[in-house]
Ligand binder design. Sequence first.
Ligand code: UDP
Length: 236
Amino acid sequence: MEKGRQLYEGKAKKVYATDDPALYIVSYKDDATAFNGEKKGTIVGKGVVNNTMSNIIFALIGEAGVPTHFVRQLSDSDTLVKAVTIFPLEVIIRNVSAGSFSKRYGVAEGIPFAKPTLEYSLKNDDLGDPLINDDHVMALGLASEDELATVRKYAHRVNEIMSRFFLDKGLRLIDFKIEFGRLPDGTIILADEVSPDTCRLWDIKTNEKMDKDRFRRDLGKVEETYQEVLARVKGE
Ligand code: UDP
């Protein structure tokens, strides 16, 4: 499958058309941004790590019955995916307090929740991706009640699958962001990516941060950590 016209360039990926209108090629970049684009950098090898890791996890999620956009990996940094219209929502599940949750509510990081907590942000860089609730999503006409119910159900299922998977690799899934899209027939599927850019993963034994917080917070060993996470995900 050949790359056609570039349809979109985001912070971490480019999306290309193919000769099949139902399929796109996603190309992962090494570019890294944080704090709504204020901090910029390069994490050498990140594109390959995120592409490969995302595909392994999407395959697992698909086998567990949650449909995803993954079709097949084309190269180290390119993947063939189903073309979807993305809901402009970041769906975030948290198992343990961290990041913006801790900041917003004034609580320490690392407090486990009694049950997984789901929240949405509106994908809008100009507005700084504001928090948004179910009623707001419907008021803005971004998704129907039934679609939101499916998104919530799938997101919790993805959390169960990934929490178990990462635990087996010696990693605690603290929180993560996923995105969903709609196929032309209305089917809702998981899209975008699952990687150290979009998950917080803490080492079970040392509590070391094994994710993009190493870049965001200048913790060092950024490249090494991405490689280490991929190696664990691959079972190496
Ligand atoms: N996240 C993401 N993209 C975003 C915002 C958050 O992938 O634009 C991920 C982030 O890596 C973390 C989870 O979503 O795993 C929760 O992030 P949080 O709301 O705590 O925001 P942050 O502290 O990253 O600004």
